[in-house]
Design a protein around this ligand. Sequence first.
Ligand SMILES: [Zn+2]
Length: 184
Amino acid sequence: MNQNSQTPCEDADFFAGVPDSFQRLWTPHRMTYIGGEAKPATKESQDCPFCLGPQRDDETSLIVYRGDTAFVIMNLFPYNSGHLLVCPYRHVSDYTDLTDSERIEIGELTAKAMRVIREVAKPHGFNLGMNQGDVAGAGIAAHLHQHVVPRWAGDANFLPIIARTKAVPQLLGEARALLAEAWK
Ligand SMILES: [Zn+2]
């Protein structure tokens, strides 16, 4: 089954659990990919893409919308077309660090992002989520970000596994322009 000699294939009989007839392809690298972002070298805000982004114009930073306490930005390493991130302006890492108004606005922007993506791209479903901490797969753990990932039936295929490539059939700049326009 496994043709990649670099990746050992272990017999499931040696592990705890209930064996069944399925073969499984474990792809832990996907989690970091979904987390997505280029990791900054330090935890300082001057190296943080979510702190630097709002300081530049929307087109350059791929910002879709700026709220009072939080903003919406395209994920530079999208899992799917239209993969958005909702971030507070403040460089805080944990959901419990947010003020009430930040938490409320992040929730509202998440719902609005879903409505806008539905209007523009007609997805069949969404993955929403926040990875809290490096161990949970956060690409930039130091600055909290809520993922909004549109999903279409059949969007998960073998390409990421066999070619380490994810097909994303739309340029980020074009997607940003469409979403920013629909946001109004
Ligand atoms: Zn930051």
